[in-house]
Design a protein around this ligand. Structure first.
Ligand code: GLN
Length: 395
């Protein structure tokens, strides 16, 4: 991806922070320490691509890349008030990306607005012989397909994404966004994904299982850290892994190894894969009736640094509306749609496989009808040249 970007004339300004091995929802699992949210430095920027999302929100970079295995582009985009796009599985090559859960991982853009995200997707999308799962489906100039008109389009509002656990302020902002789409002439009707509530447990079996397999290579021989205190081979492996991995990564390796072990494989991994098929079919049924689907990206706005670090289950619950798309391989985009108690909220637009163009056009039409993409956090100072455009939610 970096090679493609350079070829297209991009200037790479840095490598941004993320949770270790892209496991987390807050960037607090980074060995470099947490990233702060430009809208409120006491809060997380989301995760795992919290660094790139915060960098774009703060005006440190015009564009950024993240990876999304279970929401790690869309969730930080929602928390930081920027656009975050997870492409269809196979749309963008994973070559060069450290593998977390290979059947879910996708690289995608973070940007200040939909057109920038579309431009970046155009540069990075397409078949790459170095990743056999990358698709040769046609890449269209996504930015040229942004008409801004959604009149007559059929948009499904995912019922299960508005159930218990959704913060009222976030729910209100997303409902208002749906009304805006209606006002633009789209037909917005409720749609049910009956198996959506099983997505989170299925994800937290499949992702750790694949991670435990992918991370087996970090044994102190070819990659990464190697212990200084190895006597025999067994000690080299175990000491290296004990010293090198952080707590959350160890938890995932243990969960995944357990789920894949003899006697449990059928009960956990295989069952989770079956749930995955059911979820994909739910989406197929929905897309037989609708051109794109709408819902929130996250159940809450950005939470406080430290608020969830001791409670992995609470942390995992941040991913409840994002992981269904990864399990089904679908594209999704988070677009700023308002504020809840002064913190940005994201609207999630979900597209048909390889139909990023339609999905982006819905996001674009909404964006152009609302002021949220022009608002900058108070950190954005006049030197960034944004003072005249910048507006805070209270002004
Ligand atoms: N919160 C998810 C997890 O911890 C996100 C992973 C991701 O998209 N990289 O697994």
């Amino acid at each position: 991806m970096i090679t493609r970007l350079r070829r297209a004339g991009a200037i790479i300004v840095g490598k941004a922070n993320l949770d270790e091995f892209a496991m987390g929802s807050s960037t607090e699992n980074s060995a470099f320490g947490p990233t702060r949210n430009p809208w409120d430095p006491a809060r997380v920027p989301g995760g795992t691509s919290g660094g790139p999302a915060a960098a774009v929100a703060a005006g440190e970079a015009t564009l950024a890349l993240g990876s999304d295995t279970g929401g790690s582009i869309r969730q930080p985009a929602a928390f930081c008030g920027v656009v975050g796009l997870k492409p269809t599985y196979g749309r963008v090559s994973r070559y060069g990306l450290v593998a977390f859960a290979s059947s879910l991982d996708q690289i995608g853009p973070l940007a200040r607005d939909v057109r920038d995200a579309a431009l970046l997707l155009h540069v990075i999308a397409g078949r790459d012989p170095a990743d056999s799962t990358s698709s040769d489906a046609e890449v269209v100039p996504y930015h040229d397909r942004l008409t801004g008109s959604i009149r007559g389009m059929r948009l499904g509002v995912v019922r299960e994404f508005f159930a218990e656990g959704l913060d009222p302020g976030v729910g209100a902002a997303v409902r208002k966004a749906i009304d805006t789409c209606r006002g633009l002439g789209a037909v917005c009707e409720e749609v049910s994904l009956p198996h959506a509530s099983y997505a989170l447990p299925a994800y937290y079996i499949v992702a750790p299982a694949e991670a435990s397999s992918n991370l087996a290579r970090y044994a102190g021989v070819h990659y990464g850290h190697r212990t200084a205190a190895a006597g025999d081979l067994e000690t080299l492996y175990s000491r290296t892994r004990r010293e090198g991995f952080g707590a959350e990564v160890k938890r995932r390796i243990m969960l995944g190894t357990y789920a894949l072990s003899a006697g449990y494989y059928e009960a956990f991994y295989l069952r989770a894969q079956r749930v995955r098929t059911l979820i994909r079919r739910d989406f197929e049924a929905a897309f037989a009736r609708f051109d794109a689907l709408l819902g929130p990206v996250t159940p809450t706005a950005a939470f406080r640094i430290g608020e969830k670090v001791d409670d992995p289950l609470q942390m995992y619950l941040s991913d409840v509306y994002t992981v269904p798309l990864n399990l089904a391989g679908l594209p999704g985009v988070s677009v700023p749609c308002g504020f809840a108690a002064g913190l940005p909220v994201g609207l999630q637009v979900i597209g048909r496989p390889f139909d990023e163009a339609t999905m982006l056009n819905v996001a674009y039409a909404f964006e152009q009808a609302t002021p949220f993409h022009t608002m900058r956090p108070p950190l954005a100072h006049p030197a960034a040249g944004d003072a005249s455009r910048g507006r805070s939610p209270t002004s």
